[in-house]
Design a protein around this ligand. Sequence first.
Ligand SMILES: *[C@@H]1O[C@H](CO)[C@@H](O)[C@H](O)[C@H]1NC(C)=O
Length: 295
Amino acid sequence: MKSRKGKSTVGLRYKLSLPVVLVCCMVFFLAGFWGSSFISQDDKGSSINEGLHQQQLLGANGGEKAVSFEHGESGNSEISSFSFQVLSWKPRAVLFPNFASKETCEAIIAFSRSRLQPSALALRKGETVDSTKDIRTSSGTFVRAKEEKTGALDWVEEKMARATMIPRAHGEAFNILRYEFGQKYNSHYDVFDPAEYGPQNSQRMASFLLYLSDVGEGGETMFPFENYENVNIGYDYKECIGLKVKPRQGDALLFYSMLPNGTFDKAALHGSCPVIKGEKWVATKWIRDKPVSFR
Ligand SMILES: *[C@@H]1O[C@H](CO)[C@@H](O)[C@H](O)[C@H]1NC(C)=O
């Protein structure tokens, strides 16, 4: 890229001696080269970059002209805008409204529908598939971003990495889930406490959920211990209480299961309330504190 940039600078000096019209053309030409040099330095998600970057050059990014700063070798030139709402600090939970489009959500559902299997659980010592069968009743499938050929999941994964600033390599494969009438997931933690699950190589530090559908009624993501409420009430893990997040197609929810000092956040207990009307589709990604080798 450096050499291409060099050539066009020489070109500029030469053209400066030509009539004004040509100079103007050259300026636009250079702007294009300058832009493309940024795009091709970024080997991941370059098609996403291209679209957004061109919007910026045209000043068409929501009618405002975004100004892109010089970036490092590992950065990129595009300016993304996100809306977000902090839903809770205990646990740290943030909602991104309209994170993905309807088309993106529907492409992911279409790809996943035929691959669904009953969802499984990681078992604690002493638990069996049979003894735990009512805890999580959804169907699901694990999908790596690259397997979904429309690029929808790949795009979601890239945008997610930028929103969380946790590299893509830390994410497990997406778990695409469908909850039908009455289906739910009792409250649980995403971290694996070594005292219950044995030694762990890494931990699920954060969870990212993209709601792929609206739900008529029920199906909320709940945080029963939000603000450390209900911790001492002898809470029944089937009960749907505390902070409830209503699924809305295209919205994304991010929450952290670990505190900044690396210990588990007791307030990150969460579950999925039973679906009462309609169907709930969600794409979940567990983000670990170390790169994932099995993704
Ligand atoms: C980690 O942070 C939490 C919350 O601030 C605190 O209660 C806990 O004692 C800390 N643990 C360690 C090991 O620093």
